[in-house]
Design a protein around this ligand. Sequence first.
Ligand code: ADP
Length: 338
Amino acid sequence: MNTFHSTRLKLTAWYVIISIVITLLFSLVIYFGITTQLDGMSKFQELNKQNNIQINPSISSSMSPPPSLDPESAKNRIFLILLIVNGVVLCVSGGAGYVLAGRTLRPIIEMLEEQSRFITDASHELKTPLTAIRTEFEVAMLEKNMSKQQSEKLIKSSYEEIVNLQGLAENLLELTSQQKKRGNLKPKDVSLLEVTEAALGKVIPLAKQKHITINNLVDDYILQGEEQSLAELFVILLDNAIKYSPDNSEVKLNSKKTDRHIMITVSDNGIGIAQKDCLHIFDRFYRADKSRSKMAGYGLGLSIAKEIVESHKGSISVESEINHGTVFTIKLPLPSNS
Ligand code: ADP
């Protein structure tokens, strides 16, 4: 916050210096321009006086003679006016500069705060499994006569934690890579059917394990987007639908075209999400009631999904009922030429 304040003051100082230099230059030009004119005019008056010239006697007889020009007092007045103008510019540019500097820096500060929150969250998530591995090893090191069974148990649990850590690291990398794509996406024509089929190919083994049927009922619309990211989006939603659904259930993919969007829904008949959790499930590391789902996860999937949708200028929403199922709706803009 202190850095923010000192940077804001520095930026304000720069705004003030720039505006004051510009007005000073203008003032000098004006001052020297007018004083040269005044000197010229006073010399001309002097000359007139000396030669006693009457420019238009008929008019001058009916009019009082023009007031004689005092170049020194006129110069002083101009100097004073320019001084006041410069003072006003100094005060206004100081105030306006301070406000503008605050506005300029605000998004940068928000980005830095977001980054530091991200690092804190990620470190916290990494710390938990690492502490578990370390504790298990410390206990094992104190054990003098470790049985084969104990060492196998230790290796197995450590291996599981390492696999978790690897998954977490991959998810974190995916999230940052999707965040980088915001505003930098290079969209191409993408077939919705092809994208969903590619995603299906990746989740089919998991669905088979639970005897879950996946019905892909999407129409073959053409979207503008990045094929790999869109496929990743459907992998996340389908993977969740399978993870949080009972065995022998059904997961469906549907699509609909509206005036300006293509709407795609991913629906399941799974455990559902409580209304209070629906408000947060797109937040990083948020996991709804772990005891209900009993599923391994990091709470990053839906944050990645949201990043992908938003980098495609779309939106994602959820409707759910506990023990009845969940519907995720994605709205993606129609390509401009359709
Ligand atoms: P996770 O790795 O925990 O699945 P996600 O970000 O993908 O992380 O999901 C966040 C939370 O949202 C999950 O922990 C789960 O509680 C809930 N959730 C997501 N999809 C579903 C779904 N289809 N059915 C029920 N709950 C879901």
